[in-house]
Design a protein around this ligand. Structure first.
Ligand SMILES: [Zn+2]
Length: 213
C-alpha cells in the first residue's frame, strides 16, 4: 500500500490534471521512488503553464493508499510489426491489469490512469492504449527508469502526438528535443521539460483536467 511521499494535491484552487497511479505487486522501494520522481518532474514542467498535477488515490482523496497495486504479473505491452512493417505496440497484459484496477477505483473517472510495471517491448519506455473499451490509459515501463515517461504518456491520453514536438509540424527534422512529446533516446529522455501552446490547449480540453473541489 505505497504512499506517494509527496502532497497528493498542490493548491486546491489550481487547475490540475488528475492522475491515478498503480504499481505492480512485487514493487521495490526504487520503483516507488521512480513514481515519486515522475510526479515531481511532471509538476515542475506543468507549473510553467500554471497547471497542477493531482494524484487521486484509487479509493479517493482521503485514502492513505496513494498508489494502488495490481496483481497481474508479466509484460504489460509488447511490440509487433504491422502490415506496413512498422514496429507498433499493443498491450494485452495492460488490458488485463486495467480491467483489474478498474474495480479498485471509486468516485469520478475523470482521471488519467497510469500503470507502472514491466514490459517486454525494447524500443519504447511507455505505451498508451487508445484502442480499448476504457478511457485511454498509460503504461510506464519501470525498467526504462525515465522520469518524464509518465507525463509523455499522459499527454497521449490528452490526444497529444509526437509530431506536435516539431517546430514545423510537417517536418520531423525540426523536432524540439526538449518538448515532452519528442521521441528521443534514453539519454535525452529526461531533458524534456516543455510543452507548447497546442499541447497545453489539448491538456486543458482533456477529460482529466479540471478544478478540484
Ligand atoms: Zn509517445
Amino acid at each position: 500500500m505505497p504512499e506517494l511521499g509527496l502532497p497528493i494535491i498542490i493548491g486546491s484552487f489550481t487547475p490540475q490534471i488528475m492522475v491515478t497511479l498503480f504499481v505492480k505487486a512485487n514493487f521495490s522501494s526504487s520503483d516507488v521512488q521512480l513514481i515519486r520522481d515522475s510526479v515531481s518532474i511532471g509538476r515542475k514542467i506543468l507549473a510553467k503553464s500554471g497547471i497542477g498535477l493531482a494524484v487521486i488515490p484509487p479509493g479517493g482523496v482521503s485514502s492513505r493508499e496513494h498508489i494502488g497495486v495490481f496483481a497481474h504479473t508479466g509484460s504489460l505491452y509488447e511490440e509487433f510489426k504491422d502490415s506496413y512493417g512498422r514496429t507498433q505496440s499493443r498491450g494485452p497484459g495492460g488490458i488485463t491489469a486495467r480491467t483489474e484496477v478498474q474495480a479498485k477505483m471509486t468516485g469520478n473517472t475523470n482521471r488519467a490512469v497510469v500503470l507502472f510495471g514491466d514490459a517486454s517491448a525494447q524500443g519504447s519506455r511507455g505505451y498508451t492504449e487508445v484502442n480499448s473499451n476504457f478511457p485511454y490509459y498509460c503504461i510506464v515501463k519501470i525498467s526504462a527508469a525515465a522520469k518524464t515517461t509518465m507525463l509523455h504518456e499522459v499527454g497521449h491520453c490528452a490526444d497529444m502526438q509526437h509530431y506536435m514536438a516539431n517546430r514545423d509540424l510537417t517536418d520531423s527534422a525540426t523536432a524540439d528535443e526538449k518538448n515532452i512529446m519528442a521521441e528521443v533516446t534514453d539519454a535525452k529522455a529526461d531533458l524534456r521539460d516543455n510543452l507548447n501552446q497546442m499541447e497545453i490547449d489539448l491538456l486543458k480540453r482533456s477529460y482529466f483536467f479540471g478544478m478540484l473541489d
